[in-house]
Design a protein around this ligand. Structure first.
Ligand code: AOF
Ligand code: ZN
Length: 376
C-alpha cells in the first residue's frame, strides 16, 4: 500500500473526524471509534460517527448527513474504510456509489478483515486515497487502543488503575485504604468503568473489600456496566459476597486454576457466576491465558484494580499496557504497608518498564498520571 501524505489544509478536517469519533466513546465495543466528514470546496457538507454495533459506520453516516450532493467531494475518515460485509454493508460501496473522488484516512484498521483492503479497492476504482501525517495518525490510533490490541493479539488492553499515597502505598500497614484518593478521582474511575469491557481484581482484594465493581458515575446512569472479573485460583469467592449476590444483574467471571475444588466451582456457577478454568504453572502464565480467553469472549479493554499481587503478576506477564495512577497528597509510611506492584519485578532499573508517553492532570487534591507503556 503506497502512502501519500495529506496536506496541511486537510488537518482541520481530520481533527474534526477525531472529535466526531469521540462521540461514540464507551458505546462502540467491539467496534472502534470512528468519525467522518464530507468536504466540498473546503467546507463540510456532512458529518457522521459510528454509534455502536449494528449502527451505520461513520462514512455512510456522514454521506447520509450531506445537505448537498457529495458527488466529487472529499471524504475524511479517522479509520480506513471497510470493504467487508458485517452487520452493515461495506463502506467502500457507499463511498463509490456517492461519487467521492478523494478519501483522506487518519489511521489503519489492523483487523484481519480490513488491513488495507478498503483503501486498495478505492484506489483500484480510481479514488485518490491519502493518509494523515504522523501526529494525526498517532492521535487516531490512540482513540482505538483496545480495538487495536485486540485485533492484533486477541487479548484486551490492560490499564492498571491505582490510588496511591505520595509515598507509593495503596493501603496502610493495617490494610486500610478508604479513601486514599479524592471524591473527584473516584468519580473519574466510575466513568472509566462505564467505558471499558471489564474490571478485574484479585481474590485478596475481593475478600478484603467485598466490592461491587460496578460503574456508578455521579452524573446519572452509566453508559454500560463492565464484566466483573475476579482472579481467584482456588475459587474462594464467597457465595454471600456482594459480587456473587449481584451476578444476575451485572455479570461476574471467576478465573480459577484446575486445582480449585470442583464443589466450589459448581457452587459459584449455580449462583450465576461464569467460571473460567485456566491452566498454567504460575499466576503469570494464568494471567496470559486468562487474557486470551477474555479476548475470545470479545473483551477488548480491562481495567485492573489490584491488589498488588495480581497487578505484579500482570507486570511479570508483560501485560500492563498503561497505568492510571491517582496520587494523593498523603503519607502513610510503614515498611509493611503495601505498594502498587508486587510479583517478581526486575533486578536492574535498566530492565524496568519505561513509559512511552505520560500525561499529568490534577484532579481534586490528587495528581493523575496516565502512563502508556506500549501503543498498538
Ligand atoms: C469503517 N467505519 O465507522 C467502523 C468500521 O459488524 P460491522 O459491520 O459493524 O463491522 C465492524 C468492523 O468494521 C470493525 O471490526 C472494524 O474492523 C470496522 N469498523 N469501519 O469503515 C466505521 N466502525
Ligand atoms: Zn465500514
Amino acid at each position: 500500500m503506497t502512502q501519500t501524505l495529506a496536506t496541511q489544509s486537510d488537518a482541520v478536517h481530520l481533527e474534526r473526524t477525531l472529535e466526531l469519533a469521540e462521540r461514540g466513546r464507551g458505546r462502540t465495543s467491539p467496534n472502534p471509534l470512528v468519525g467522518a466528514v464530507v468536504v466540498r470546496d473546503g467546507h463540510a457538507i456532512g458529518e457522521g460517527h459510528h454509534a455502536g454495533p449494528g449502527c451505520p459506520h461513520a462514512e455512510p453516516a456522514a454521506l447520509a448527513d450531506c445537505f448537498e450532493d457529495p458527488d466529487g467531494a472529499t471524504l475524511y475518515v479517522s479509520l480506513e474504510p471497510c470493504a467487508h460485509r458485517g452487520r452493515t454493508p461495506p463502506c467502500v460501496e457507499a463511498i463509490l456509489a456517492a461519487g467521492i473522488r478523494r478519501v483522506v484516512v487518519a489511521s489503519d484498521d489492523p483487523s484481519a478483515k480490513a488491513s488495507g483492503r478498503g483503501p486498495e479497492l478505492l484506489r483500484a476504482e480510481g479514488v485518490e486515497v491519502e493518509w494523515a501525517e504522523a501526529r494525526l495518525a498517532h492521535a487516531a490510533r490512540l482513540l482505538n487502543q483496545p480495538f487495536r490490541k485486540h485485533a492484533r493479539t486477541g487479548r484486551p488492553l490492560v490499564v492498571l488503575k491505582s490510588a496511591l499515597t505520595l509515598d507509593g502505598k495503596v493501603a496502610t500497614r493495617a490494610g486500610d485504604s478508604r479513601w486514599i484518593s479524592s471524591e473527584a478521582s473516584r468519580a473519574r474511575v466510575h466513568a472509566l468503568r462505564a467505558e471499558v469491557d471489564a474490571v478485574a481484581i484479585g481474590i485478596g482484594t475481593a475478600l478484603a473489600d467485598d466490592p461491587q465493581l460496578t460503574a456508578r458515575p455521579g452524573d446519572g446512569e452509566p453508559i454500560g456496566q463492565p464484566w466483573r472479573v475476579v482472579f481467584d485460583s482456588h475459587a474462594r469467592l464467597p457465595l454471600d459476597s456482594v459480587l456473587v449476590r449481584s451476578a444476575g444483574g451485572v455479570p461476574v467471571l471467576v478465573v480459577c486454576s484446575p486445582d480449585a475444588p470442583i464443589s466450589a466451582r459448581d457452587a459459584l456457577a449455580a449462583a450465576g457466576v461464569e467460571v473460567l478454568v485456566v491452566e498454567g504453572d504460575d499466576e503469570t502464565a494464568r494471567v496470559a491465558q486468562a487474557l486470551s480467553e477474555l479476548g475470545e469472549r470479545g473483551i477488548q479493554s480491562l481495567v485492573l484494580e489490584g491488589g498488588p499481587r495480581l497487578a505484579g503478576a500482570f507486570l511479570d506477564a508483560g501485560e500492563i499496557d498503561a497505568m492510571l495512577a491517582f496520587i494523593a497528597p498523603v503519607l502513610a509510611g510503614g515498611g509493611e504497608a503495601r505498594s502498587v506492584l508486587e510479583g517478581r519485578g526486575v533486578e536492574a532499573i535498566a530492565d524496568a518498564r519505561r513509559a512511552v508517553s505520560v500525561e499529568v492532570e490534577p484532579i481534586g487534591d490528587d495528581t493523575c498520571i496516565h502512563a502508556r507503556f506500549r501503543e498498538w
